[in-house]
Design a protein around this ligand. Structure first.
Ligand SMILES: C[S@@+](CC[C@H](N)C(=O)[O-])C[C@H]1O[C@@H](n2cnc3c(N)ncnc32)[C@H](O)[C@@H]1O
Length: 391
């Protein structure tokens, strides 16, 4: 495909996404009907689509329309490229610009230029303070690829050497002792032996730092209450020999966990919600709660535009309920860890404060947050200790 044809494909996929289709589904259906597209074409179209979604608001303003064409036009204008080179109708590229599209709109400003919804900006800026602008700008860019070295299988240096032998260059990431950042060859990763043998897993460095902060010790009975795909469960298992249980309100979210656990050489026991009470209490319960995802909007940029004040409100309720339930499953003297991939105070510190106010016998042992402008996803974790005679 020519560069212009790839952009035309992105225009079509973006139009479907703007009509409400999930990005992955829209890309998959484009892929199915475009058998002529090679793997490089598919990767390029995907990159165009995700870049457009990260900057959807500002690019729509610059392109004069919230449409696939508008977003691609806005991206070209922001990059200082002549749109006529792409919108020429040549080589299966987009049709030439109309007279209306040729009009230069006034440049975006404020939250529009920062690609944050207006309703969210007050909370975003009060949560991030003088870092709000830097964080919003970081969310407009691509996320780095981070790996967690499975230290139960090998050292960081061994993983780097093995990855280099398969054409993947990495460097250690300062956020976590187990973290590597891929600097070259990321697309090849899943086909490498080092990945398939379980020496490395894809996981953001801040996500790794969350579990590194937990007081895990051999023999502990641990529950990952919101296990999803199991990223944190597997990271915990690499840190100590645990009796590890996983749960998710939607067990389908854990479908890949058995295979991932086998690759990592880890045993986990899945629990249904109905079995939780009789399986507890646990020495440590981690809840990696559902959230706005504001810390990972670089990876899942649709979330930024699909979040509404009402969704955020109901997430607050779900988070409070999860904390309460996970607290009840924590043994006296045990630890409850609450984590999100959000940078919003209302999902983080405010939830923890509310829990501490409403539940006697708990204390805050540690709290940390990570922000996107510092080279990781945005994350938050609070580690709470239950008193030995706690109620
Ligand atoms: C942030 S994701 C977890 C990611 C996972 N821990 C990882 O590291 O890969 C949050 C998970 O919480 C689950 N969830 C949502 N509501 C829940 C509830 N009330 N109780 C338990 N899990 C819930 C969702 O299905 C989702 O899989």
């Amino acid at each position: 495909m020519t560069p212009a044809a790839r952009l035309q494909a992105a225009v079509e996929v973006l139009d479907q996404i703007l009509e409400g289709e999930p990005a992955e589904k829209a890309l998959t259906s484009w892929g199915r009907r475009s058998r002529f597209a090679g793997s490089k074409d598919r990767a390029a179209v995907r990159d165009h689509v995700f870049s457009a979604l990260r900057c959807q608001r500002s690019h729509a303003a610059l392109g004069g329309a919230r449409s696939g064409r508008g977003l691609v036009l806005g991206a070209l204008r922001e990059a200082g490229q002549d749109p006529d080179d792409v919108f020429s109708g040549q080589g299966y590229g987009p049709a030439p610009l109309t007279e209306a599209e040729c009009q230069l709109p006034s440049p975006p400003a404020g939250a529009e230029a920062l690609d944050i919804p207006d309703w969210l900006w007050p909370e975003f800026s009060s949560s991030l303070g003088d870092q709000a602008e830097a964080a919003a700008l970081a969310l407009r860019g691509r996320a780095p690829v981070h790996l967690r070295v499975n230290i139960a299988r090998g050292t960081l240096a061994q993983a780097q050497t093995a990855l280099a032998a398969e054409g993947i260059a990495t460097r250690p990431h300062p956020a976590a002792a187990t973290a590597l950042e891929v600097t070259e060859g990321a697309r090849k990763l899943r086909n490498t032996k080092v990945y398939q043998d379980g020496l490395v897993e894809l996981q953001d460095a801040a996500s790794q730092a969350v579990t590194a902060l937990l007081p895990l010790q051999n023999g502990m009975k641990v529950l990952d209450y919101c296990a999803g795909g199991g990223g944190k469960a597997l990271a915990m298992a690499a840190q100590a020999k645990l009796r590890l249980f996983v749960h998710d309100a939607d067990p389908r979210r854990m479908k890949d966990l058995p295979e991932r656990a086998a690759r990592a050489g880890v045993q986990v026991q899945q629990l249904l919600t109905a079995d939780l009470d009789r399986s507890g209490p646990f020495d440590l319960v981690l809840c990696d709660a559902p959230c706005s995802g504001s810390g990972s909007w670089r990876r899942a940029p649709e979330g930024k535009w699909r979040l509404t004040p009402e969704n955020l409100q109901s997430l607050h309720q779900v988070q409070a309920d999860i904390l309460r339930k996970a607290g009840s499953l924590t043994a006296p003297g045990g630890t409850l860890a609450y984590a999100t991939c959000s940078m919003l105070n209302s999902e983080n510190t405010e939830q923890v404060q509310k829990f501490l106010q409403e539940n006697r016998g708990w204390s805050l042992a540690a709290q940390q947050s990570w922000q996107v402008q510092n080279g990781t996803d945005g994350f938050f974790v609070a580690v709470l200790t239950r008193a030995k005679g706690g109620c």
